[in-house]
Design a protein around this ligand. Structure first.
Ligand code: MTE
Ligand code: MO
Length: 258
């Protein structure tokens, strides 16, 4: 699987991508200030410190149908080869359920039909990947805040953790699966949705079927695809490498604000 994205590899990828993406429906990001800051190291400390104390209540820009990228790039895992996932995909995820647990009053599990029956939000937003490309897509899903209200967060809950189906690497202790986490305030942001549709279609496997996170004020790697379980926790320290996400355990910032 992918190597940790160290700065040198990242720079190489960034320059490759900014040239190759000119040919696709997506745009290179080198002209964006947040991207230059990441490339050249400015403000990273400030960002992570801010992420611990503040949330970003601003709305991300939303776009029109005409702005939707003709081809939305799929990145990272594009089809988990885990047996459990393969079996669920074979039945169009009719046996999949989202487990919601941890520091909640009423642990629950929801089928896709359950989630589709809940209030929904549709948004056309720009996805920015740390590797230096962006695409605009349309997403429909249930606001995460709605699900959190259904299960009732306990007062100690500070973070929401997303556990994904895809194995990224085999480790001495077993396997490292993709996972991510956000602060409660970001989980409750109105544009934070658990998406089951993309561009008016059932969410395709390369983009995270059956359910993926959209967290529009942060970079692409925060937006967990192939979600199996979400958990409310007080601390991220005990989970996997302790940094709140697969890429964070490999050196990336936990708060990836744009
Ligand atoms: N489970 C899982 N989620 C993931 C990834 C992944 O490899 N596995 N890649 C992340 C990265 S780096 C990006 S840019 C986006 C890509 O989403 P897309 O495939 O819809 O473009 O998913 C993010 N979420
Ligand atoms: Mo990404």
């Amino acid at each position: 699987m992918a190597d940790p994205m160290n700065r040198r590899g990242f720079l190489t990828r960034a320059s490759l991508l900014s040239s190759s993406l000119l040919l696709s429906g997506c745009d290179p990001l080198v002209q964006q200030s947040w991207f230059r800051n990441i490339l050249y190291g400015a403000e990273n400390v400030t960002r992570s410190v801010q992420g611990l104390f503040l949330s970003d209540a601003r709305l991300a820009p939303e776009y029109s149908e005409a702005d939707i990228s003709p081809k939305f790039r799929a990145n990272g895992t594009i089809r988990p080869d885990d047996d459990d996932y393969t079996a669920l995909a074979a039945d169009d995820f009719s046996n999949w359920k989202l487990e919601v647990g941890g520091l909640v009053e009423r642990p629950a599990s929801y089928s896709l039909a359950d989630l589709r029956g809940m209030p929904s939000r549709t948004q056309i937003t720009r996805h920015d990947c740390v590797e230096g490309w962006s695409c605009i897509g349309k997403w429909k899903g249930v606001p995460l805040a709605h699900v959190l209200d259904l299960v009732g967060l306990k007062p100690q809950a500070r973070f929401i953790v997303f556990y994904c189906a895809d194995t990224m690497e085999q480790t001495l202790d077993g396997e490292a699966k993709y996972y991510e986490s956000v602060a409660i305030a970001d989980a409750r942001h109105p544009q934070t949705i658990l998406a089951y549709e993309m561009n008016d279609q059932v969410l395709p496997i390369p983009h995270g079927a059956p359910l993926r996170l959209r967290l529009e004020r942060q970079l692409g790697y925060k937006m967990a695809k192939y979600i199996m379980k979400i958990e409310a926790v007080e601390s991220l320290k005990e989970i996997n490498g302790g940094n709140g996400g697969y890429w964070e355990d490999n050196g990336y910032e936990w708060y990836a604000g744009i």
